[in-house]
Write a protein that binds this ligand. Structure first.
Ligand code: HEC
Length: 128
């Protein structure tokens, strides 16, 4: 094998090795980290009050199941979920006839907590 070919193969091999972990991370939406998802679970079941209407397991009670692939409002993308949590769902836009969702579920969580809880909700229907 020629020296240049061997060097070329080495470069290709190194590039693949470097790209592998990056590809695994790319499954998460932009701006989402595993730490945010973990924090979001705590927000969901405590200060965010989400559990009150969606259940501790997020499978739904008054509010819809958030763990399935069925989305009533939007397509379940991370930016859409952030939007829903921020603004809530006014009664005229609800579909189940079980009441509305106030902005942030009626809680006082910070913008960072909104992003974290949205990341957690996203992860429920997008196992990584
Ligand atoms: C007072 C009850 C209540 C609380 C608290 C609440 N929700 Fe909701 N949620 C609802 C209702 C009602 C809907 C809309 C159902 C409909 O269309 O009729 C909804 C819809 C949603 C949706 C859209 C689901 C879909 O299939 O499109 C998401 C996402 C969501 N809630 C996340 C959250 C998160 C995260 C929290 C906590 C920050 C939260 N909710 C707190 C009642 C609540």
């Amino acid at each position: 094998m020629e020296m240049r070919t061997r060097l070329g193969l080495l470069v290709v091999a190194l590039t693949c090795m470097a790209a592998a972990p990056a590809a695994a991370q790319a499954k998460l939406p932009a701006g989402v980290t595993p730490a945010m998802i973990a924090k979001g679970k705590t927000v969901f079941t405590t200060t965010g009050l989400c559990f009150a209407c969606h259940g501790m397991d997020a499978k739904g009670t008054v509010g819809p199941n958030l763990t399935d692939q069925t989305w009533i409002h939007g397509k379940g993308t991370y930016p859409e979920i952030v939007q829903i949590v921020t603004t809530g769902i006014p009664v005229e836009k609800t579909t189940l006839g079980k009441g509305a969702m106030a902005p942030k579920g009626g809680s006082q969580i910070s913008e960072d907590d909104v992003k974290a809880v949205a990341a957690y909700v996203w992860s429920l229907s997008n196992p990584t």
